[in-house]
Structures are given as C-alpha cells and as structure tokens.
Design a protein around this ligand. Structure first.
Ligand code: ZN
Length: 75
C-alpha cells in the first residue's frame, strides 16, 4: 500500500522490532510481521498483531515484568 505518513513510499511486507511500554513494563518484540515503508521507515501492523502485542504487554505488566525481550508469537 502507499504510505499514509510520507505519501511517497510504499510499504513492503517484512519483520520489525517493536518496543511497547505499559505501566512501567518495557517489552521488545522481535520479528513482528509488519508492513514497512521503503521511504520513511514507518511500521504498520495488522490489528490482530497489535491486539496480540497489547495483550502480551498486559500480561507481562500484571506479572511485574520490567524488561523483556522476546520473539513475537501470535497468542
Ligand atoms: Zn512512508
């Protein structure tokens, strides 16, 4: 798709690292499936992926995790 941020690049399917912060919990997810703009580098992920990331961040936060690095796996 055409990138809605810079309006010049187009996005390509790939994997990205995404950092999430939530209530004092920092999570770094690697290998998250995403569409990445070849011009500005903006990362877009599916709603389903975003929901899964937030869910995992909530769980980690509930367990009192402060920092975690993990490979992305759908929940
Ligand atoms: Zn862009």
């Amino acid at each position: 798709m055409k990138c809605p941020i810079c309006k010049h690049g187009s996005t390509h399917r790939g994997n990205a690292s995404i950092t999430l912060e939530r209530d004092g919990t920092t999570l770094l997810f690697k290998n998250v499936p995403a569409d990445i703009c070849d011009n500005c580098g903006e990362i877009y992920h599916d709603e389903e992926v975003a929901r899964s990331l937030l869910e995992q961040a909530d769980q980690a936060s509930a367990r009192g995790v402060e920092l975690d690095v993990r490979r992305y796996a759908a929940v």
